[in-house]
Design a protein around this ligand. Structure first.
Ligand SMILES: [Zn+2]
Length: 415
């Protein structure tokens, strides 16, 4: 499959996030190290397992299934040297793909018996295409790089953790597009997604597609109003189905039928960004918004008291703010010398009047910014006191107490 073709199919925001990760990690260098190790260790255990406990698809054994897999592969411009299919005796209603370990071997898609029992061949084409999509877009390398740099997910800084989750969700939606390109049938693709969501037991065949889509619409609206900020790595089903429908109805879908050169469908990206907004944390209430504005402006005020803010400090505040907003970097960039005092003034007065019980917690978070470099600097302590006293109007005694408490609990002097 041509690079230009894949470049048109992949969701733009997924690509942008990959670019951001590249800027932070230098993906190319780590990917090379990871791939080199795999190639040199010549680990054949995967192929040993496949050949011992699974059966490769071939015409002699599973003619109909083999033909379907072959057609799916051809629809995506691939052949047996790129992907091979195996059957596994596994009751789990699932299918998985494994990227080639050695450059001389094809990548592998394993189809579980539990999946085959409940899914039609047409529906299977979508599932296989989705798995192959992960291989074509090389999603594995991003996951591997995150695991290499942060083997313990809990140690992932909050900003990266949120963006990685968003990327995982978008990568599934990009893979769904390849699923639809493989099956070429919108209705069976939707049925496959519904079965995947319901474990395959749903007697779905009697339900017309329109009814399914209107049910999904209702679910999506309800989902939107729930305002949950911690998303899992897998996209919610209503978003998957709506995203696939947008793709199927798009100019891009029609264009791809007869073209392989690059094409950017602005309207499709806009629609997609709107429905995936559920996946991006933003302030849900006025109170949350003003807390965010206060921490961002007070943080910048502290950091710029004696010098210009640098990139490391931007990222430090961004991590602190990612609790409120998925892309805090953009929010911080919106605060400048001209509007800094006003931002501090309006956010402080909102907090004073509407949620004064939050003041201690916010000042404690702010104090963490002050001791980020394990140093207590006079200019920053002075600025901290101005914020607490002039803007939040708390007494000198209370400021003293907050500072002493924070020093005892969190200050680790650098020496
Ligand atoms: Zn997937």
């Amino acid at each position: 499959m041509k690079k230009e073709f894949l470049d048109s199919v992949i969701i733009q925001e997924e690509k942008d996030l990959r670019g951001f990760f590249d800027q932070i990690f230098n993906l190319g260098i780590i990917a090379e190290l990871v791939e080199y190790k795999k190639e040199k260790t010549k680990d054949s255990s995967l192929y040993f397992h496949l050949k011992s406990h699974c059966l490769p698809l071939c015409k002699g054994f599973f003619k109909e299934l083999d033909e379907l897999c072959d057609k799916t592969r051809r629809n995506l411009g691939l052949d047996v040297n790129d992907i091979t299919f195996y059957l596994a005796n596994d009751p789990e209603f699932n299918c998985q793909c494994l990227k080639r370990v050695k450059s001389s071997e094809p990548s592998v898609v394993i189809i579980n018996s539990g999946l085959l029992e409940k899914i039609t061949l047409d529906e299977l084409a979508f599932v296989l295409g989705h798995e192959i999509g992960h291989i074509l877009f090389d999603h594995f390398i991003i996951t591997e790089i995150f695991k290499t740099v942060y083997p313990n997910r809990e140690k992932l800084p909050p900003l990266l953790n949120k963006l990685y989750s968003l990327w995982c969700n978008l990568s599934e939606l990009s893979a769904d597009r390849i699923g639809l390109l493989a099956s070429k049938n919108f209705e069976t693709s939707i049925r496959a997604l519904i079965k995947l969501a319901s474990g395959g037991h749903l007697k779905f065949h009697d339900l017309p597609l329109d009814n399914v889509l209107s049910l999904i619409e209702t679910l999506y609206e309800e989902l939107k109003n729930l305002r949950v900020s911690d998303i899992s790595d897998h996209p919610p089903v209503p978003i998957r189905i709506k995203a696939l429908k947008f793709f199927y109805d798009s100019h891009l879908w029609k264009y791809l039928e007869s073209n392989e050169s690059a094409y950017f469908d602005e309207q499709l990206e806009k629609n997609l960004r709107e429905i995936t907004s559920v996946l991006r944390k933003r302030p849900f209430t006025e109170e949350e918004y003003y807390e965010l504005l206060f921490l961002a402006s007070a943080g910048i005020f502290l950091m710029t008291v004696d010098k210009e803010i640098d990139e490391r400090e931007h990222i430090y505040i961004a991590n602190l703010l990612s609790k409120y907003i998925y892309w805090p970097i953009g929010f911080i960039e919106g605060i400048n010398k001209e509007n800094l005092n006003n931002s501090l003034e309006i956010s402080s007065s909102y907090i004073r009047e509407n949620c004064p019980w939050k003041i201690k917690e916010l000042l404690t978070m702010l104090f963490n910014i002050l001791i980020r470099d394990q140093k207590l600097k006079e200019a920053e302590v002075f600025a901290f006191k101005i914020i607490a006293n002039k803007y939040l109007k708390i007494s000198e005694y209370e400021i003293n107490e907050i500072m002493l408490e924070s020093i005892t609990e969190r200050y680790i002097p650098f020496y």
